[in-house]
Ligand binder design. Sequence first.
Ligand code: ZN
Length: 66
Amino acid sequence: MTAPRIAACPRCGASTRLDPQNPWRPFCSERCKLIDLGDWMSGRFALPVTEEHESEGEPDGAQPPQ
Ligand SMILES: [Zn+2]
């Protein structure tokens, strides 16, 4: 049983071999892999940036123990 594992390229849908001989698996080529990575990166950087203030919870005027 040496049937090659074939899957559709997540990027373009082309039949792609999922064996170690394919360095770009699960993509069909370097181009598809880079395009997919670029999309992921752009989506990540497109997320809205919100500033977080974590100074809450510290009451002002706390008396030191005597
Ligand atoms: Zn492809």
